[in-house]
Design a protein around this ligand. Structure first.
Ligand code: PMP
Length: 409
């Protein structure tokens, strides 16, 4: 039973009012935004805009308060104890780049090892590879099974006293499989290494608790969790953030500057150089409020029901090869697949001509596709605001693709 009123939910997204017949199944790329999020940002932009921290006039003080209140909301959302452990960035990619620079600076030396998985998005792969190159360190790949699972035994075999950082996805954007993060994080700590979570996909679709999961760093993007583009989050444990050098240098990240000397601001400002994105942060805080009002566990439950349904239906379509696990539970709202003998771009183009937005390509996980022996794939990714009727329509089109391409079965 769904605890979410789907009609009420659909009504709260202006996007669905405009595009009544469009089926939006590319939610892993970016989610749509509820009206309250857009309204909150507009209200800020219309009536409250000022540069926070700089002014002592009311508007600037007010902008600072709105920005800092949003930071507190984000901290609560992920179970961080202190708001100052929340750094606002542009997106997951920037959060990981910040870490690869500033965390890399304090803990990576020649010969050290960084573990990432082969299933990582390029955003959680290339920054670490660049760091390794810069420091003459080594990247070790944690493989995954054909079902998209990371095996603890493989992981244990990679861990050593040389391991300094492990960066792993909480949910693969290709498989939609949820990682048992705590086990990986705890083992990382037993080896004295830091654990970084790429939560771009998992931030909305799993319950976050950085303390309970024993995570040192968590990176995610507002735009994949009903918030705006252009705002991302880096959570870090205070004790480590304090020891890390800044990533970007400039305004409002200093304590004192003279001709020769500089000392840096306390957390979180040390990592937020330059004018910040207040309306983006206000939008993200509103998205969190919306999620809390619906109940994140209700959202997850609704998505699981829809995902299980979609998985059962897609398994009935002839000539479809599912990528990853063959059990519904191994896909949380994300199902990647290919259709025999048809290029993924043709599949997506046929869907597009029927008003269905799905993905084609390597989904920024090219090494994973190589690992699986694939050039590309298609992907449908669902949200709690999608419906079974939409799934049915999509499946009906997928079942017709091969005939449209000239095959007679
Ligand atoms: N990691 C994963 C698992 C992702 O799915 C994505 C976005 N597709 C990213 C990182 C990067 O997110 P962003 O583009 O918002 O920086």
């Amino acid at each position: 039973k769904n605890l979410i009123d789907i009609n009420k939910v659909r009504d709260s997204f202006p996007f669905f009012e405009k595009y009544k017949n469009l089926i939006y199944f590319d939610n892993a790329a970016t989610s749509q935004r509820p009206k309250c999020v857009i309204d909150a940002m507009n209200e800020y932009d219309f009536f409250h805009n000022a540069n926070p921290y700089r002014g002592i006039y009311d508007l600037s003080v007010d902008a600072t308060e709105r920005y800092e209140n949003a930071r507190k909301k984000v901290a609560t959302f992920i179970g961080a104890t202190k708001a100052s452990e929340i750094i606002f960035t542009r997106n997951t990619t920037e959060s990981i780049n910040l870490l690869s620079h500033s965390l890399g600076e304090i803990c990576i030396n020649e010969g050290d090892e960084i573990i990432i998985s082969i299933a990582e998005h390029h955003s959680n792969m290339l920054p670490w590879r660049t760091l390794a190159k810069r420091k003459n360190a080594t990247i070790k790949y944690l493989e995954c099974t054909d079902e998209g699972e990371f095996l603890l035994d493989d992981y244990k075999n990679l861990l050593s006293e040389k391991t300094k950082i492990i960066a792993l996805t909480g949910m693969s954007n290709v498989f939609g499989r949820v990682t048992d993060i705590k086990k990986f994080a705890t083992l990382a700590h037993e080896h004295g290494a830091y654990f970084v979570l790429d939560a771009a996909q998992s931030a909305l679709h799993t319950i976050n608790d950085v303390k309970a999961n024993d995570i040192d760093f968590m990176c995610f993007s507002g735009h994949k969790m009903l918030g705006p583009m252009g705002i991302g989050v880096l959570y870090g444990r205070e004790e480590i953030l304090d020891r890390m050098p800044p990533f970007l240098y400039g305004g409002e990240m200093i304590e004192y500057v003279s001709r020769e000397d500089v000392s840096f601001a306390e957390l979180p400002n040390k990592f937020e150089a330059g004018t910040v994105n207040v309306s983006g942060v206000v939008g993200l805080a509103k998205a969190i409020e919306y999620i809390k009002d619906l109940g994140q566990e209700h959202i997850i439950e609704a998505e699981k029901n829809l995902s299980d349904y979609a998985f059962a239906e897609i398994m009935k379509v002839p000539h479809i090869q599912i990528i990853g696990g063959k059990k519904a539970d191994e896909h949380r709202g994300i199902i990647s697949f290919s259709i025999d003998d048809v290029h993924s771009h043709d599949v997506a183009a046929i869907c597009a001509s029927e008003g269905i937005a799905i993905r084609a390509g390597h989904h920024c996980a090219a090494p994973l596709h190589q690992h699986l022996g694939l050039n590309s794939s298609n992907r449908i990714s669902l949200m709690f605001y999608n419906t079974r009727e939409e799934v049915d329509r999509c499946m009906e089109v997928l079942a017709r693709v091969r005939r449209l391409m000239g095959y007679n079965d």
